[in-house]
Design a protein around this ligand. Structure first.
Ligand SMILES: Cc1cc2nc3c(=O)[nH]c(=O)nc-3n(C[C@H](O)[C@H](O)[C@H](O)COP(=O)(O)OP(=O)(O)OC[C@H]3O[C@@H](n4cnc5c(N)ncnc54)[C@H](O)[C@@H]3O)c2cc1C
Ligand code: FES
Length: 277
């Protein structure tokens, strides 16, 4: 895009209700030239603008090579996301982006890839999972760990089952509270580390979700001799400009919007270890 601060018009092509509070919008630019020029990397985000209400940062979950539409999966938490939940096919909104640094997919080639995620944390990493699965020959073992509070919160349930059937792929899912017939673990996702089968020396780990969960996961990985420079985290802070100007998303000396949202663990270690920062 040419001007990072001006939203462009996009149109909802399809709306999918994923759970009572989570929905996916499948979108395209109303200007075909802008649509054709739109490129992004897994892990990057857009600023979606609901006209007359406000703007929110939302990760892009679709495959970067799928040029037809791009997708955002959104959880209703407040004013803007509540308004976006009312959108239907044909409605218009604004977009700026893509912004931020995505996942280290080049570095992950020919290595074991481990993805750890909690809650709707799965939105930023689902694009990586799909990316790896569609280009399976470029990567070694794939381990997907997903934790949710309640089993009903797990969206894309069939996808987890499908991913688990892929060659050299391990899927470990946990819910703190599991409904009847919940097939996976009941408890914290981090309790599943003993089941993980990876080559720690060759693994690249990508994670997102609640920071408490990521802290426990990092400790576990370091204990298992995963090198800290091979651990990547997607951080969430409230966004405003998204281009490193307003300071809203400041994280110590870094800006989550432009230096992140994906950081290598050594880049954020001093602050990450400080609870509540
Ligand atoms: C890089 C990035 C990627 C994101 N990707 C997604 C995504 O793919 N899907 C999705 O549903 N959400 C995502 N979010 C979070 C999303 O931006 C917020 O939920 C949204 O801004 C809330 O706006 P609102 O007006 O609906 O709620 P508000 O009325 O602004 O807030 C409602 C509540 O949520 C809290 N909150 C608002 N924004 C954040 C935030 N960024 N982090 C933590 N708490 C927050 C507020 O403190 C308040 O308690 C992402 C955020 C960032 C920074
Ligand atoms: S959102 Fe303005 S500096 Fe990051």
């Amino acid at each position: 895009m040419t001007n990072a601060s001006v939203p462009h018009e996009i149109e909802v092509v399809e709306r999918i209700q994923e759970s009572p509070t989570i929905f996916t919008l499948r979108l395209r630019f109303t200007d075909p030239e802008l649509h054709a020029a739109f490129r992004f990397e897994p892990g990057q985000f857009n600023m979606l603008y609901l006209y007359g209400v406000g703007e929110v940062a939302i990760s892009i979950v679709s495959d970067p090579d799928d040029e037809r539409l791009f997708n955002h999966t959104i959880r209703v938490v407040g004013r803007v996301t509540r308004g976006m939940a009312q959108l239907k096919a044909g409605d218009r909104l604004g977009v700026r982006g893509p912004y931020g640094r995505g996942w280290p997919l080049q570095q992950a080639q020919d290595r074991d890839v481990m993805i750890i995620t909690g809650g709707l944390g799965c939105a930023p990493v689902v694009s990586v999972i799909n990316y790896v699965i569609r280009r399976r020959e470029r990567f070694r073992r794939l381990v997907i760990m997903q934790g949710v509070k309640h089993s009903d919160d797990l969206i894309w349930r069939q996808q987890y089952a499908r991913w688990g059937k892929q060659p050299d792929t391990q899927v470990l899912v946990a819910a703190n509270e599991g409904a009847t017939l919940w097939p996976w673990h009941v408890g914290n996702v981090t309790e599943l580390f003993d089941k993980v089968e990876i080559d720690a020396a060759r693994a690249v780990v990508m994670m997102c979700g609640p920071e408490g969960m990521m802290r426990v996961a990092v400790d576990n990985l370091l204990e298992r001799n995963v090198h800290e420079s091979n651990i990547y985290l997607s951080m969430e802070r409230s966004m405003n400009c998204a281009v490193g100007l307003c300071g809203h998303c400041q994280y110590g000396g870094k800006f989550v919007c432009k230096d992140g949202p994906v950081f290598s663990y050594p880049d954020v270690k001093p602050l990450f270890d400080m609870r509540g920062f």
